[in-house]
Design a protein around this ligand. Sequence first.
Ligand SMILES: C[S@@+](CC[C@H](N)C(=O)[O-])C[C@H]1O[C@@H](n2cnc3c(N)ncnc32)[C@H](O)[C@@H]1O
Length: 285
Amino acid sequence: MPSTVQEALRRASLQLQAAGLQQPRREAEALLCAMLKRPLAWIYAHGEYVLSAAEETLFGAWVRRRARHEPYAYITGEREFMGLSFLVTRDVLIPRPETEILVETAVALLKEKAEPRILEIGVGSGAVAVSLAVFLPTATVVGVELSAAALEVAGQNARRHQVNERLSFLHGDLYAPVAGRYFDLVVSNPPYIPSVQLPQLAETVKNYEPMLALDGGADGLHFYRRLNGELSQLATPPPFFLLEVGQGQAEPVARLCRQAGFKQIEKIPDLAGIERVILARLEPQ
Ligand SMILES: C[S@@+](CC[C@H](N)C(=O)[O-])C[C@H]1O[C@@H](n2cnc3c(N)ncnc32)[C@H](O)[C@@H]1O
């Protein structure tokens, strides 16, 4: 017997509640909206709409996945970042809202500069690199990524937002694919969770998101040491170096940047006051 919107929502809410999710009704509504590609107002106004067999099957599958605590973004395959919609799969980290600070800072730094050259290390879904290309229309952006599967997703996102002509993605380890090249800005949101803390992460993260995107080595600082210590692979160190950091990592990362020769370091907080981004300048302002 096919279900109406109301019946499907009631059933899904109960399933999600039993699975321990905090806001089962809202979650069920959000999944149904995404599946039907309709706004919430439509769902409220069409409680008697009868789902097709295909819609009912897909919604049931999505609700079961959410009940196993799979992140919403992997189920729907979409995540919004900087007001843009990105394809996400389990091959990539789901872009986080705090990473928008990285993009906003880079855009503010370079918006007056003609044809800036930007390097991103660790592109994942491409959310940062693609957003930079969208919001800095004269920039050329190079993104390096170790996971070939993630690069596939990033490439699709570059085409989706029609910036693929100014954006190139290279497969490899840190600076190796761009050795000897010059960039005005190097930006990275590297893996920064200390290895010992990985088992304590929320199930939605540790059971679904790629470990390659999370594991920052014994103390979480492995990639910051490498990103600073291996800058000599580039033609010159970049005038601007922008790094997202985890909670409590701002000071040790600032120290690494100073040791690498950056003269002025700024720690940029998020809305909760947590220092999230390090902006290092080669020359003082
Ligand atoms: C924290 S994620 C950031 C993804 C994306 N930039 C974002 O902010 O949503 C770190 C990314 O670095 C990549 N990565 C890990 N080790 C790397 C390496 N040695 N060289 C290049 N990329 C690496 C991971 O695969 C992952 O995509």
